[in-house]
Design a protein around this ligand. Structure first.
Ligand code: ZN
Length: 158
């Protein structure tokens, strides 16, 4: 945007200087009016967007832009300025990806208690019971192994 402002200022200065070069034509003299019109046409031969040359025809509307794309970009800039935003708005979105945190030892009694509640209240469906049962058998076998190992390795169970 800073660069854009500098460019606009440069264009304004270029327009002012070319306007002063054309002098102050007497409005009542037809020749002066004609030369003023010519001077206006000359001053208008610079694109208001890119500063490039505009091919000005002898008659017809004075073009402000050298091309359709410059006119379009200038229009977008004007519209954006009117809406108080820049023409190109980059929207950054923070995307949160849920990451499962493994339960720790202090979580398990509460979680398994919740499992008991869900089983007893029917919140776990019949179709899920086989898978659940296999997992619980694995837990039971693992717990049996651990208790056996503890009884063999530790002199006293704490
Ligand atoms: Zn242009």
């Amino acid at each position: 945007m800073r660069f854009e402002a500098q460019r606009q200022e440069a264009l304004l200065q270029a327009r002012r200087s070319s306007a002063s070069q054309s002098g102050d034509p007497a409005a009542d003299a037809p020749q002066a009016a004609e030369s003023a019109a010519r001077a206006r046409r000359h001053a208008a031969s610079t694109c208001g967007w890119c500063g490039g040359p505009i091919r000005v025809r002898a008659t017809g509307r004075l073009p402000k832009w050298c091309s359709a794309s410059c006119r379009q970009r200038a229009w977008e800039q004007t519209r954006a300025a009117a809406s108080g935003r820049s023409a190109v708005q980059i929207v950054e979105r923070r995307v949160e990806t849920p990451v499962a945190i493994p339960p720790t030892r202090s979580d398990w009694p509460r979680l398994l208690g919740e499992l008991v509640t869900q089983l007893d209240t029917g919140r776990i469906y019949n179709r899920d019971l086989d898978e659940m049962s296999a997992a619980l058998i694995a837990i039971s076998a693992s717990m049996t192994r651990r208790l056996y190992i503890r009884s063999r390795t530790a002199p006293r169970a704490h």
